[in-house]
Design a protein. Structure first.
Length: 202
């Protein structure tokens, strides 16, 4: 048992957080008092200031990279417990991202029904790596909205861009399937990459 230095109550040791620097290895204040301290406006402001420090941000990014499954599970739990806050964060992040990328379609110039298009058509792989939905917006924000990875397209231009890419790959596949005396296979019976690259560049 231990007496809390704030409320003065005698409580079990399990009611105190650990602290290596203390003689008994425990915090002086109980968990309930520390929670109460954390709810004060000045404490919240100090926490917000700390979270904005480069070292703190780097630490969070390193943890998420090392523990992707735990990070996604934790984020899902938070969203389920705080739906209103999650929607507000999503709306704010999306507005910030739209502004960073020009807030208009790169195809037709409209500002309505804007989508984030992966320039290299690697959206599925990117989402598998960092998570879908709001995770992409959070990733963009954390990486200062990098250029050349995503761009804004309206719904129509986005669909046409993906359809043209599909037709392009279909066209290449049909060319490679046809016999061509100029195309020589290597010892393994495969078409050399330089020929494929040349056709893709046409």
């Amino acid at each position: 048992m231990k007496t809390c230095s704030k409320c003065g109550e005698l409580k079990p040791l399990a009611e105190f957080h650990r602290r290596k620097a203390s003689a008994d290895g425990l915090q002086g204040q109980c968990k309930a008092c520390q929670r109460e301290n954390g709810q004060r406006p000045e404490a919240k402001e100090r926490q917000r200031e700390y979270e904005q420090r480069p070292k703190a941000k780097a630490g969070r990014r390193a943890y998420r990279a090392a523990n992707p499954e735990k990070s996604r599970a934790s984020a899902a739990t938070y969203r389920a417990a705080n739906p209103e806050k999650s929607r507000a964060h999503h709306t704010a992040y999306r507005a910030e991202a739209l502004q960073a990328y020009g807030n208009r379609c790169v195809g037709c110039g409209t500002t309505k029904n804007l989508h984030f298009h992966h320039v290299k058509f690697d959206g599925p792989a990117h989402r598998r790596e960092i998570g879908g939905g709001g995770a992409v917006l959070a990733w963009l924000r954390a990486n200062h909205f990098p250029k050349g990875i995503l761009e804004l397209r309206c719904r129509g231009c986005h669909a046409r861009r993906h359809n043209s890419e599909k037709q392009h790959h279909k066209f290449i596949a049909e060319i490679l399937a046809k016999p061509d005396p100029r195309r020589k296979t290597n010892v393994n019976g495969r078409v050399p990459d330089r020929y494929t690259e040349h056709v893709l560049a046409v």
